[in-house]
Design a protein around this ligand. Sequence first.
Ligand code: ZN
Length: 246
Amino acid sequence: MLDSLVELVRGKRIVALTGAGISTESGIPDFRGPKGVWTRNPAAEKQSTIQHYLADPEVRRAAWRSRLDSATWTAEPNRGHKALVALEKRGKLHALITQNIDELHQIAGNSIAKTIEVHGTMRRVMCWSCGARSPMEDALARVRAGEADPPCRLCGGILKSDTISFGQALVPAVIDRAMEAAAEADLLLAIGSTLQVYPAAGVVPQAKENGARIVILNDQPTPFDPIADAVLRGAIGDVLPRLCAA
Ligand SMILES: [Zn+2]
């Protein structure tokens, strides 16, 4: 099975789409899985909903407390991330579209030019009023120093992580870039994503309609399994390095 897949990968223009599943092996919990953040603590979902976040200071204080404790700050890229770096080094990675907000792809060594973060990054904050961006670690230092809900230093506005919350519009230019890359792919590798969140999941049919082969690597079934050329269920850290070594 893997041998014929390795053949599929050979000599192709590859676009990877990654979701939370590639980062769980780095110790970052997903959201809706059995050990997911929202499964264990449904109240945490409110912190990720823009209306609640903007309206309720207590929701923001709770959000800052949980940001302080995020597993992301100590997480390191795993073998799955490194396999995609190897693919880029060999000139085969056309684009890396990620739903993840942890920047582990860039830390592993994928170039910023190839990486398309459709849901933003939690390593930066943005001001809801003036749009100014600044490093998350500066804001967290203020929280540690006693500011429970630090305001924007420029305008006093509400700060949030520079990610796409529920109820918040995606960045059209970023989505356009992802869709364009998907249309140019010879092979789309969908890795660790349940492919249920749009518009990110839409890159799969977009690639398919433009003639790409589709390989899905995820531990749960996805809605696009029926149109995939191959569906793999193994651990990403085991399967992806072998697949990318072609
Ligand atoms: Zn501001």
